[in-house]
Structure formats: structure tokens, C-alpha cells
Design a protein around this ligand. Structure first.
Ligand SMILES: Cc1ncc(COP(=O)(O)O)c(C=O)c1O
Length: 341
């Protein structure tokens, strides 16, 4: 069956013809020697966007998380993050291998924990305890359903971390979706974090890469890890140009993705057999349940109608992105109605 509307993930976005042409014409050089003008420009753009001294282009978001952990933590140290966070579930246990840090997952609400939970989780200075090194948040929360960390809460948590001598990290894989939803700038969200990165290959539509930002001192250390992990590239300007194009053309349009997700959620709420909390749909991720069918049975049936969604435990997950327009959302809603009729 041909897939007509693909709501599986925003990681599936493909570079547009215009982006491909821009990439093909990119100036390139040896990235490892800082001689790639396109990579250098992208790093400057992201550093400015996030209000940090410097940034470093990386092949993936996973590497941005793991390099940050390696810079901030010693083996045996403990990182605090929500129990739904990406490094706990989808990074192949990399923290154990690369930084040697352990992770303490907090039971937040839809991916967002409280200041009190952090306060309680910070370990005492005792030889028996793993030593807390880092507090990490995910903006937006992926498994939480695209929920946005409010700036006030971020500020309280990062202030507490600073008081207690802990580093702070933001996994900003979908930070720009939060910016599109709230109007709070990326730099404001990023201000109090020692490390923060954005993914260029999700809703922003570039084919490859993330960009990790922080102080010059942090980025200098991150570069050693990038080299060590084999993340340093050569004529990477070809792919980095996709990121430049994305930042120039695809940031404002993330609002469309958020609006389409809202439209989908409201439409689903009107269909018998669907359980959804429409208020919890804040950005481009929609989670819902099906009465009388497992999420797996439902997504299989939906696929027969040409609409792809994914399964997240008991939830069906639909993610909007630049390859799905409003007509696609209407088509998906009709397909859901047909499947549940
Ligand atoms: C919240 C979050 N962090 C990190 C990543 C990893 O990003 P990448 O696929 O670029 O390695 C993802 C990817 O889906 C993600 O959703």
C-alpha cells in the first residue's frame, strides 16, 4: 500500500528541491581543519540563535547528547533527567559506554519534572553515593507528546542546579517547535544552560546533523570528544548547507506543523472510539488511545488506508512535519474515521 500521509515521525522529512540545489552549490573545505566555510557559517548561525559563544556541527543529535555528558561528567557520576528522556530509551545505553555516567530518571508529567523532584534527586556528598553531575531537560519532550517546558520552570531548575554546583544541558531536538508554539526565543530558552543543541534533521527538514552550542571552553572540550568518537568530518559543508537552508527558510513554518497537529487532535477528538487530551497537544506530536483495539492493530489498519502513524506503548503517535500539509491532515482524519466506522 502506498503511503499517502506519513505521520510516523518528523525524522522522515526529506530535503526539498530548493534545499538540494542550495546544498549542491555549497562551498566546502576540510571540516576537521576548520576550513569548511559552510560548516563554519552554520556554527556561527546556531551560536547566535542560541545566544552562546560557539557551536559545533555534529552528525547526529545522539552524539550531541553524549558528547555533552562526556564533557560534564566523570565515570560513575549521575545525570538527572526525566524517565522518558531520549538517552534512557533510544541511545543504546551510550552514556554507560562513552561518559561512564549513570542516569537517574525522574517520574515527571508528560516528560516534565518539577524543581522539588530535582531537589530530592540531587545526591549528598557521600562516598556511598554516585555524585550528581548534570541536570538535563528535553525541549520539547518527545515521549511526553511534544510538551513544552515553561521558561519559568526552566529558570527555577537551572538556578537550583547552579546553586548546587551542577552543570545543565538542554536536548533541543525540537526546541524550535517550542519557539514556534510560545514565541519565547531560542536564546531565552537556552540562556541558563551550559550546553544546548538543536536538530537540523527533524522538523527543520535538513537531511543530516545537529549543532551543539555552549561557551568556548565547553565547545573546545566537545571538539575533542567529536574527534574521539569519529564525528569529525571532511567536506561536510555539503550536508551542513542543508542546515543553513533550514534555518533561513524552515523555522517560521514550524508553526504550520504545530497548527496541523492541533487540527489533527481536534478532529480526532470528534471521532467515536478515540481518547485524546487535546489540551496536551502543544507542538507537533499527537498521542491518543483507541477504545477496543490495541495501538498496533489500529496502526496496521490505518496503513491499509495509506496513513502511517506509530505505536508508543498504549498510545498511537502522530507527528506533523513539512511533508504533511493541511490536506494531508484531512485525509488522515477521514482514514481514521473509516477504520473505526
Ligand atoms: C528528544 C530527542 N533527542 C535526541 C534525538 C536523537 O537525534 P538524532 O536522531 O539526530 O540522533 C531524538 C531523535 O529522535 C530526539 O527525539
Amino acid at each position: 500500500m502506498e503511503i499517502k500521509v506519513d505521520l510516523f515521525s518528523d525524522t522522515g522529512t526529506r530535503p526539498s528541491q530548493a534545499m538540494r540545489e542550495f546544498m549542491a552549490g555549497a562551498e566546502v573545505g576540510d571540516e576537521q581543519l576548520f576550513e569548511d566555510p559552510s560548516v563554519n557559517l552554520l556554527n556561527e548561525m546556531v551560536a547566535e540563535l542560541l545566544g552562546k559563544e560557539e557551536a559545533v556541527y555534529l552528525p547526529s543529535g545522539l552524539m550531541a547528547n553524549q558528547i555533552s555528558f562526556a564533557v560534564h561528567c566523570n565515570p560513575g557520576d549521575e545525570i538527572i533527567m526525566d524517565e522518558t528522556a531520549h538517552p534512557i530509551h533510544y541511545e543504546g545505553g551510550a552514556a554507560a559506554v562513552i561518559s561512564g555516567a549513570t542516569i537517574r530518571g525522574l517520574a515527571g508529567k508528560r516528560g516534565i519534572y518539577t524543581v522539588e523532584q530535582v531537589e530530592e534527586a540531587i545526591r549528598s556528598k557521600d562516598y556511598h553515593d554516585p555524585q550528581t553531575c548534570l541536570v538535563s531537560i528535553e525541549q520539547t519532550s518527545n515521549l511526553g507528546g511534544g510538551t513544552v517546558w515553561p521558561l519559568e520552570l526552566i529558570n527555577e531548575i537551572t538556578e537550583l542546579a547552579r546553586e548546587r554546583g551542577l552543570a545543565t544541558h538542554m536536548d533541543g531536538a525540537r526546541l524550535m517547535n517550542a519557539v514556534a508554539a510560545t514565541g519565547v526565543s531560542a536564546a531565552d530558552y537556552a540562556r541558563n544552560f551550559d550546553s544546548v543543541w538543536i536538530d537540523l534533521s527533524k522538523g527543520l527538514g535538513a537531511p543530516v546533523g545537529s549543532c551543539l552550542a555552549g561557551s568556548s571552553d565547553f565547545i573546545e572540550k566537545a571538539r575533542y570528544w567529536k574527534q574521539r568518537l569519529g564525528g569529525a568530518m571532511r567536506q561536510a559543508g555539503i550536508i551542513a548547507a542543508g542546515g543553513i537552508y533550514a534555518l533561513e527558510h524552515n523555522v517560521d513554518r514550524l508553526k504550520e506543523d504545530n497548527n496541523n497537529a492541533r487540527k489533527l487532535a481536534l478532529g480526532l477528538a470528534g471521532i467515536d472510539g478515540i481518547k485524546i487530551e487535546t489540551d496536551s497537544v502543544e507542538t507537533n506530536i499527537v498521542l491518543f488511545e483507541i477504545e477496543g483495539k490495541t495501538a498496533g492493530q489500529f496502526t496496521e489498519m490505518l496503513l491499509q488506508e495509506g496513513v502511517r502513524m506509530s505505536v508508543l506503548g498504549k498510545y498511537v503517535r502522530a507527528v506533523t512535519h513539512l511533508d504533511v500539509d493541511e490536506m494531508g491532515i484531512n485525509y488522515a482524519l477521514q482514514a481514521v474515521e473509516k477504520v473505526l466506522a
